[in-house]
Design a protein around this ligand. Structure first.
Ligand code: ASP
Length: 349
């Protein structure tokens, strides 16, 4: 009997050692240092096609993406933090009516704006988020204030707005965010819903072209950060909150792996924990950033649910490798490295 117990103990120890070693972090594949600092942004993914965009509109988007990324680039070049670069870059996109964040964000069923945002520090794994705010001019600033100046990670609705006011953040009348274009979009989506020609999130409906904004950056101190800001989805109801303010879904940053900002059909990004999943594949499976992003966006995401989830991510790793992966017809995107080399893209390839 004693022998049996002894044998059982030995086997248990061996099994538990094996389990532990399976959890050990793999060596992450990363191309050698690409850049001392780098920045990457997106302005949403969706039905963005060359044949449905005028040359003038394309130029407008290019100009705004460049203006935004240069703000972050200058901060990083001067030795500033990736957190500041992410926040200030997103501010430019929030202030532009071109995107679905801040001014010009999409409208809810009731015809108002409700904003979600989040930011994460890869060095400390500290994070801040806000959801469903209606009067905070720059929701990413609120997310940053939640992270820096509150004991919480996520605030919502009226409480979040009260905190924003206490923090001295800019508060505006809700009609500041409203644009004619988004009003028309709401009408069209509602009409198509009535006629049952479109599902809740039909990518072919111009109006559901996403437009969320996000940024990830690596600074000279080797720290990663990411942030995301959005108005969510046209015609959303019942206080719906998407992935953008959810840490691990819409935003994730970890100095050991990468910084990620997501855009797309939020419900699926939440269910797939997309941003963290990319980091986890790097940490536990030793994937490179590009391999992890591809696996999650091209293979895993489309298999969640039966409608095929769409969207994309931008991400950067600790060596300045960058990934821009999307399974939609396009994604507004831009990158800049420490040499000041700028890339701007919109369509597939
Ligand atoms: N992910 C956002 C949401 O579902 C929408 C978007 O990225 O455009 O709220």
């Amino acid at each position: 009997m004693k022998k049996c117990i002894f044998l059982f103990l030995i086997v248990s120890i061996i099994v538990s050692c094996k389990n532990e070693s399976q959890l050990e972090t793999e060596t992450i594949k990363s191309n050698p240092k690409q850049a001392e600092f780098s920045i990457i942004i997106h302005g949403g993914a969706g039905s963005i096609r060359r044949d449905n965009m005028s040359k003038e509109k394309e130029a407008e988007y290019r100009q705004k993406l460049e203006e935004a990324i240069r703000v972050g680039y200058d901060i990083l070049k001067a030795g500033g933090t990736s957190l500041d670069a992410v926040q200030k870059t997103i501010n430019v996109l929030e202030d532009s009516p071109l995107f679905n964040a801040g001014k010009g964000a999409v409208l809810t069923y009731e015809g108002i704006n409700e904003h979600d945002a989040s930011i994460m520090d890869g060095k400390t794994l500290n994070a801040g988020a806000s959801a469903g705010t209606k009067t905070v001019k720059n929701p990413i600033n609120l997310a940053r204030a939640v992270m820096d100046n509150s004991p919480h990670v996520m605030l919502s609705g009226f409480g979040a707005e009260t905190f924003a006011a206490e923090q001295g953040l800019k508060i505006v009348e809700s009609n500041y965010f409203l644009t004619e274009k988004k009003l028309k979009s709401l009408e069209r989506v509602k009409a198509s819903e009535k006629n049952k020609v479109a599902s809740f999130y039909n990518e072919d409906l111009q109006d559901s072209k996403f437009g969320t904004v996000g940024c990830a950056a690596l600074d000279k101190h080797g720290n990663l950060a990411a942030g995301t800001s959005t108005g969510g989805m046209t015609n959303k109801r019942w206080g719906r909150i998407g992935d953008s303010p959810i840490i691990g879904a819409g935003t994730y940053a970890n100095n050991n792996t990468c910084a990620v900002s997501s855009t797309g059909w939020g419900e699926f990004f939440i269910r797939g924990m997309v941003a963290h999943d990319i980091s986890a594949l790097m940490e536990y499976k030793g994937f490179s950033l590009k391999e992890a992003a591809k696996e999650v966006i091209q293979n895993k995401l489309p298999n969640i649910g039966d409608q095929g989830a769409t969207g994309g991510i931008v991400a950067i790793d600790k060596n300045g490798n960058m990934a821009m992966e999307f399974n939609t017809q396009g994604m507004f995107r831009a990158t800049m490295n420490d040499k000041g080399e700028l890339y701007i893209g919109m369509f597939t390839k």
